[in-house]
Design a protein around this ligand. Structure first.
Ligand code: PHE
Length: 454
């Protein structure tokens, strides 16, 4: 059994928790969760999403960390080693490749949206120092940003450079230092926003929208979206958490850290929802009006009214950029680690290749808002189509394969050793049968509805 990885190691249990939480908490919680909740009618969607976190997300979270830590390499090579050891087919490596491809696609549009948040953060900063005009009509400001391919490309590029800057320096020096400082800061700023949301007078209504289920809203596509969101927000199904697991010291208890990460991520999403929807409602916006611009068009309304709103707006959008940054790092890491193992490239060169490729792919998303805005793929814009294929289709398939691999290919001896040798039998068996049968079956049922079979 390997006790360390050639790519480096997290220095402690806490470092892993911070890094994995940094990966999980990002635009998925603060941008994607509110807007797709809005589009899917609120309460019922939120409850199904929470159910997916519990029944699908948690067992797969454990599985990914187990596979990563046992293999100690990039996902593709960890899976190859473990398949060889178990005398299983190397076709399982396909899971690693699927993860790397999903990672590229997600990183490509993720970086564009993170670019929007950077743009807003700096726009408020400029206003604060008296060099920029105030945002008077947030809807128009957002439209103007999307219409400018040049602006979008610039911010997308800047964000990609920030990300590659961290990944290039490797685990301890880059990733860990960045997350230990930035994560706690993020949480404090979110709590302040929640405090504001509670004082808007629309808090009750927002709570009702988020948690009172209207079961008539439930449909096949809605469940697919809820499960996709569970995967996306926990960074599961594309081997990102598996990659981070490879750098986890052997003595750390996987069920404990895995549960901590999942709970933190869910709490952040719910706090974000509770902070944002009161603002949306109190400004007379229909909470069901949706759209990827939701937070960009609603929150500036609040910032323009609240005391110190400009400073607050700046802090909020820069905070969101930071959250996105720590997630993007984990989107870039699996492909980078694989390139380091499979080629002669140094870590820096490998990271640069990954970033350059993802940046170019991101241009398709940039253009989907302006010069290619007419292009529609199955009724979706290019960005929506990329998001849908990666998050709602590829991540669940990756998760399905991850669960089957951990449950059936790895021996019970190995999984037990990795999870926690002192774990009571019932707890181990609960994980084992969830992972072997229940979780894969749930994913299959949801994916089948996608194909229109059910
Ligand atoms: N979990 C991240 C977020 O919610 C996005 C992400 C998805 C990161 C998949 C890594 C892997 O913003």
């Amino acid at each position: 059994m390997q006790t360390s990885s050639i790519h480096g190691m997290w220095s402690s249990r806490l470092a892993f928790i911070l890094a994995a939480t940094g990966s999980a908490v990002g635009l998925g919680n603060i941008w994607r969760f509110p807007y797709i909740t809005s589009e899917n009618g609120g309460g019922a969607f939120v409850l199904i999403y929470l159910l997916c976190i519990l029944a699908v997300g948690l067992p797969i979270m454990f599985s990914e960390i187990v596979i990563g830590r046992r293999g100690r390499m990039s996902p593709i090579n960890s899976i190859r080693e473990l398949s060889d050891d178990a005398k299983a087919t190397r076709a399982w490596m396909g899971l690693g490749f699927l993860g790397v491809i999903a990672g590229f696609i997600i990183l490509s549009f993720y970086s564009v949206v993170a670019g929007w948040t950077l743009h807003y953060g700096f726009a408020y900063l400029k206003e604060l120092v008296g060099m920029g005009a105030p945002i008077t009509d947030p809807g128009e400001t957002f439209e103007n940003l999307l219409a400018s391919a040049g602006e979008l490309t610039f911010w997308h590029g800047l964000f990609m450079l920030m990300t590659v800057g961290v990944v290039a320096f490797g685990v301890e020096k880059g990733l860990e230092r960045a997350v230990t400082i930035l994560m706690p800061l993020l949480f404090v700023l979110l709590l302040i926003l929640l405090g504001y949301g509670m004082n808007t007078g629309s808090f009750q209504e927002a709570v009702g929208f988020l948690f009172r289920p209207d079961w008539s809203q439930v449909s096949g596509p809605m469940i697919v979206t809820a499960m996709g969101q569970a995967f996306f927000t926990l960074s599961l199904g594309m081997c990102a958490i598996m990659t981070y697991g490879a750098y986890l010291p052997s003595d750390v208890n996987i069920p404990k850290v895995g549960t901590t990460v999942a709970i933190s991520d869910t709490v952040v999403a719910l706090i974000a929802g509770l902070a944002i929807f009161p603002i949306v409602i109190s400004f007379g916006i229909d909470p069901g009006s949706g759209g990827a611009g939701l937070i960009f068009t609603s929150l500036p309304l609040a910032f323009s009214e609240m005391p110190f709103g400009i400073a607050y707006g700046m802090a909020f959008f820069l905070l969101l950029s930071v959250a996105a940054w720590t997630s993007a790092i984990s989107l870039m890491e699996p492909a980078t680690a694989y390139l380091v193992e499979a080629t002669d490239l140094s870590r820096k060169a490998a990271a640069l290749c990954v970033a350059a490729f993802a940046w170019m792919l991101g241009l398709a998303t940039v253009f989907s808002f302006n010069i290619w805005s007419e292009v529609s793929i199955g009724g979706k814009s290019i960005m929506d189509a990329l998001d849908y294929v990666a998050a709602d289709v590829m991540l669940p398939i990756g998760g399905l394969l991850t669960a089957l691999f951990a449950g059936w290919v790895l021996s019970k001896k190995i999984t037990r050793e990795e999870l926690d040798e002192k774990m009571p039998d019932w707890a181990f068996n609960a994980w084992l049968w969830l992972t072997r049968i229940v979780t894969p079956a749930l994913i299959l049922v949801v994916l089948a509805s996608l194909l229109g079979i059910l």
